[in-house]
Write a protein that binds this ligand. Sequence first.
Ligand code: SF4
Length: 894
Amino acid sequence: MPDSDLTKQEDLFTNTTCPYCGVGCGVLAQMNEYGVVTVKGDTEHPANQGRLCSKGTALGETVYLDERLLYPEILGEQVSWEQALATVAGHFEKIIETHGPDAVAFYVSGQLLTEDYYVANKLMKGFIGSGNIDTNSRLCMSSVVAGYKRAFGEDVVPGCYEDLDRAKLIVLVGSNTAWCHPVLYQRIVKAKKINPDLMVVNIDPRKTQTSSVADLHLDIRPGTDSVLFNGLLVWLETADEHNAMFTGNFTSGIQAAMEAAKKSASSIEIVAAKCGLPINDVQEFYRLFARTERTVTVFSQGINQSSSGVDKINSIINCHLYTGRIGRPGMGPFSLTGQPNAMGGREAGGLANQLAAHMEIGNETHRHRVKRFWNAPVMAETEGYKAVNLFNAIAEGKIKAVWIIATNPVVSLPEADKVRSALEKCELVVVSDCVGETDTAKLAHIRLPATTWGERDGTVTNSERCISRQRPFLEPPGLAKPDWWIITEVARKMGFADAFPYTRPAEIFREHARLSGFENANERLFDISALSDITDRQYNALTPMQWPITRASPNGTARLFSEARFSTPDNKARFIAIEPRPPASACSANYPFVLNTGRVRDHWHTMTRTGMSPRLSAHTIESYVEIHPDDARLYAIRESELVEITSPLDKSIYVRARISDKQQQGSLFVPMHWNQQFSSQARVGSLIKAELDPVSGQPEFKHSVAKIRPWQANWYGFLISRHKPALKYAKYWARSRGKGFWRYEVAGHAIPQDWSEHAHTLLNHPGEKENWVEFYDKARSHYRAARIIKDRLDSCIFIYPGNILPPRDWLISLFQKDSITSEERANLLRGTPPADQEDYGKVICACFNVGEKTLLQAIQANDLKTVEAIGDTLQAGTNCGSCKPELAELLKLL
Ligand code: SF4
């Protein structure tokens, strides 16, 4: 067991940090002598004060070795680390020698720790001499980086989470906080309970679970946010809500910004018409904003993932500058980052247009400074390729070797099929990952096993600039190694041993801290130089702290700009003149729908971790599309049917229909998570055209176009198995994890001659005769079978001609038993649950496994009126609270 000062001896819990969203919750974790991992919220961590959401709570279910990559591999053959590292270094050197440094690239991840990021960036920019390192954070928050830089001269989040407690108005824009940053959402709900005067406005084309906390929901026309905020700027002038002292002394560019705003949004009527909103709602929002000094505007991917995301962000910041609402408690523009260490990556220079420590690649002084600090032989002179263009350059043969670290671009990038074919053609693809079988890792020539959460040691920075430690409490399995170690070893083999002497993360962190303060006479706010000389012991014991962390503020800084001194050359914040642009893709007769993508409550990114958790998988077992009831009627789509969604790229996916009036007419929503390891064809990234913000290079995931139609299969079914079948014979399949089993929803076109043979093949037991009980109702085309080994249910399969299949709960319960009775066998073959068997319905509360039907029955039977009353009766919602918005929705149904 790794030695850590922060392992509390009395209970052997280790303080670490959740590896999912940018809230950055503190976690206490422990593995007992039986190998069972227990996780709970860290009450002393300022980000969550003990709370965890459903994903954090289920972390213990995700640390096991299923599907882990355990050994280095070259072309699928296990090799030693020595051989793997020498091969990577040798190939990179050869390509650089022949084609120059820009012929190689790294594509890294917001999952990496800051120490990993630091060495990767140092190797590429200072020693290979290319800017070609970019990160998947490009996909979620690069527009914020650019927006903050334009306004403040530096990528700086002004406020902190405490501002949410102290605000009188919280404006949530493009942020399904309830599902994507659940602990912060709970914080807002709590703030509202303590302070009933706190108003919440939710601006989002969809009504999401977040809407349940909102006093006002503006279901804005997709892509018109800049018009709304330009209109607000104009309204603030009209309402005489101008903080002239602040703008006069501490800002520049107000006149041009106001003129531009008036061009696009001169009156409430024009704004309402352009944004598709009722005039009264716009007016109400503007009045609330105008009269509430303590306003926090929270924004997230709904704003960032746009071809005009940077402008949208500056249109929000303009309104805060105009009213001087920044740098004081309870106010300010506040971006929530998607990933656990997107911020750390920004600090270490993980984006292709940055250097390190908030210095710019385009700034000669910065380049020389970093070169001297690193004693680097070369220094990248120009920006590298940003994510989408990096893979385009691979496709064009300009980049011949790419090292992909802790990310899955074949799923997560737009035009994902193009990314796949680029990698198929690439001369050398190296993938470092903890999981062996991702859509991307399958294409690698060299696969390097990396450590993951629970094993990693380093730091991360959350959305409020708070640096926290991720600490190990598990030994790395197999030959898995930390990413910083792998990169360091490759750097050494490339001849840079002197500059990469690291033996532990504390050494890297100290260097990173020293660089942040190097020749930094208050020029850059990112300064953690007070930590430059911390000992290993102090590093191990480091408590969460918000940067800047300097000699003047050794305990960190909660809020910035309190003196209205910004990082621009004249120290003034900049208004930016915004001329709103429509989204890049417009609907047409052929593609009449706007396609929006995003997260679900209980999954994370490409599901490599959350897809392993039975509790998390139960909430959403397969991908889906949300569609408005009128659109569903028009296109003859029925609830829970399979549909085909096709985009102008001539790519299609197959997902389940969910009909909901929370979706705008003319819009579709599909989750981003599903990939080819979890569904036959549900990678929504393959549909999305790569339209980029011209400033940030962030793709427009929130607005592409598509068409939809029912997808009719000739047979439908499901199978539940203790093993993972290959399923190559089903046209549609989606798998999810249960406790001790895998569950598959399947459908197909071709009707087999012999169902029995087909079922055996689907379950990977072709030709097996013993162990099976089967029933085939030829008249109704119902086929049911079970594989039972020594009275223990091993697998079962149900095939029907239509989409209505028996409930699964009772079948799943049989997989929890060591043996099944003859009556249960008979029920299996009849396809009906025993009379006393309840159907719980879709899981709503993942912590206590409470289903929708159970909840509805209890609400009715006990006349429950509040979420708290549901909790008292069924426990639902009383642990992590992530399901509370859904419980509130159920109460409204009855
Ligand atoms: Fe993890 Fe949930 Fe906290 Fe995000 S809100 S850091 S996912 S526990």
